[in-house]
Design a protein around this ligand. Structure first.
Ligand code: NAD
Length: 489
């Protein structure tokens, strides 16, 4: 798989504080997931550096009046930012693709414009949602007034670096907050370009900052900082719990947690065209090589349609060809790191050792060149106790369970730990709506699987999949706190 078609003159390293790059000691080596080559290095922010960034953000927030200026003015700046991102789609898409698991064609056509459009959506929210004048005692006026928190911390994962950053930063900035973002140490560079474009668009220097580094050092210091008013996190359920506990112990600050998932795809006999359904199932668990929080990793299929559907899924999944993210047309992308690739394979092996059988995959593609590419894998003969059913694997692994009736299907769909998303495939509207009511998940997709460009639809999990929402009006409002005012005449 040797390929020389990638090339970057330089990568934007260092932190971003006060409107400019701040270099630090190179402590972390950043690898290209596609071939394991070194892309650059990264500092690991110390407590002192994080303190400097947060204090600077707080000072800039006050001095610039970002939180008190006319909301339409904030909206104009953020819209300009979105336009600059669109104009930079080629370079930004390239940076994103080379440094992550996102195929370049998808990064250009989807991740970058989706990021810009997300910022536009929240820019438009800036003057659309105000407070309330509420009914109170005689001769008085009650007001409930929204205000920004001040400095919001965002901590992001590696799977969609630009998009995840925009989900966090756009609503916080539109609501009038300053931001300090810590991207994943595995995918740190594309958001640095985002920050430069923010300044070019007119976001006051110091209002959007980035600290780089590891979770346990830079991330934890950010969460614990006394001037951080709110924490917005996307990542694993385990880290989310640590952050929630840290936020409780260091200032009782609110947290939004977008965490892991184990989303079911429930297919009834009456789901319609088998080939079309198989296409949805395959996209649902192989997109970004399964490294998506909403990945549909549990196929729950009615017995009457099981054999033809599973055959079609195996055929489609088996046709995917691996390749580096910079190759066009898009190939099946790599696993983000060797550690993550090992974890995926160990979970698959453990599930097989415990009695499951592999219908396809269950191993790496034979590729030389340094990256780790895992074959789309179907595991049958699993139970609710199987590791691959219980735990998020974050790779292209689909478990298969069959059912006879609706009750059994919905009992299987309900997961003990997670409740992020679910797909229901049936042409019977009554059945679809009954399932929607019963399924314990933050998002239910009927006869589709995956997001659209409808930013008004919030995303977020039930149970161990999270707390609060990204996207939608809810994400904007979650970046505001409410002050009650009572005025006697
Ligand atoms: P992760 O939890 O390992 O890391 C996420 C971020 O948290 C990184 O920036 C990391 O450096 C930081 N971090 C780690 N420990 C920390 C600590 N103690 N304090 C503060 N910050 C800390 O997750 P990941 O491997 O980067 O991402 C994959 C996970 O993200 C999966 O579980 C996936 O389901 C989840 N995810 C969820 C959504 C959603 O919307 N629900 C979206 C994307 C990814």
């Amino acid at each position: 798989m040797k390929d020389d078609t990638f090339h970057l003159d330089s990568v934007p390293g260092g932190h971003f504080i006060g409107g400019e790059r701040v270099e630090g000691r190179a402590e972390i080596e950043v690898l290209r997931p596609s071939d394991g080559g070194v892309m650059g290095t990264l500092p690991d922010a110390s407590g002192d550096l994080v303190d400097r960034a947060v204090r600077d953000a707080h000072r800039s927030w006050l001095a610039s009046g970002w939180g008190t200026r006319a909301p339409r003015e904030r909206a104009r700046v953020l819209s300009r930012w979105a336009d600059l991102i669109d104009a930079d789609a080629d370079a930004l898409g390239r940076l994103e693709a080379i440094g992550s698991t996102r195929p370049i064609a998808e990064a250009r056509a989807f991740d970058v414009p989706f990021t810009a459009e997300c910022i536009r959506f929240f820019a438009e929210c800036a003057d659309k949602f105000g407070g309330d004048a509420v009914p109170t005692q005689r001769d008085s006026l009650g007001l409930v007034l929204p205000e920004p928190y001040g400095v919001v911390a965002a901590i992001a994962p590696w799977n969609f670096p630009l998009m995840m950053a925009s989900w966090k930063c756009a609503p916080a900035l539109a609501a009038g907050n300053a931001m300090v973002l810590k991207p994943s140490e595995l995918t740190p560079y594309s958001v640095m370009r985002l920050a430069e474009l923010a300044i070019e668009a007119g976001v006051p220097p110091g209002v959007f900052n980035i600290v780089q580094g590891r979770g346990a050092s830079a991330g934890a210091a950010l969460v614990r900082h006394p001037l951080i008013g709110k924490v917005s996190f996307t990542g694993s359920t385990r880290t989310g719990a640590a952050i929630m506990s840290d936020a409780a112990r260091h200032g009782t600050k609110p947290v939004t947690l977008e965490l892991g998932g184990k989303s079911p795809q429930v297919v009834f006999d009456d789901a319609g065209d088998v080939d079309a359904v198989a296409g949805r199932i395959v996209r649902g668990f192989t997109s970004n090589a399964g490294q998506a929080c909403v990945s549909g990793t549990r196929l729950i299929v009615q017995r009457g349609i099981a054999d033809p559907l599973i055959d079609a899924v195996i055929a489609k999944a088996g046709a995917l060809r691996p390749g580096p993210t910079w190759r066009e047309p898009a190939c099946f992308p790599p696993i983000i790191s060797e550690t993550q690739a090992r974890k995926i394979h160990a979970a698959v092996r453990q599930t097989i050792d415990d009695g499951a059988s592999a219908l396809c995959g269950a191993d790496f593609f034979d590729c030389d060149g340094g990256g780790h590419y895992y074959r789309p894998t179907l595991l049958a003969g699993v139970t609710g106790e199987s590791l691959a059913v219980r735990e998020e694997i974050f790779g292209p692994v689909l478990t298969v369970q069959t059912f006879d009736d609706e009750d059994e299907a919905l009992a299987l769909a309900d997961h003990a730990t997670y409740g992020l998303a679910a797909g229901v495939h049936t042409l019977d509207i009554g059945r679809a709506l009954r399932a929607t009511r019963r399924i314990q998940a933050g998002t239910v997709w009927i006869n589709r699987f995956g997001r659209t460009w409808d930013f008004i639809i919030p995303t977020g999990g039930f149970k161990g999949s999270g707390l609060g929402k990204d996207l939608g009006r809810q994400a904007f409002e979650a970046n505001l706190r409410y002050k009650s005012v009572l005025i006697d005449f």
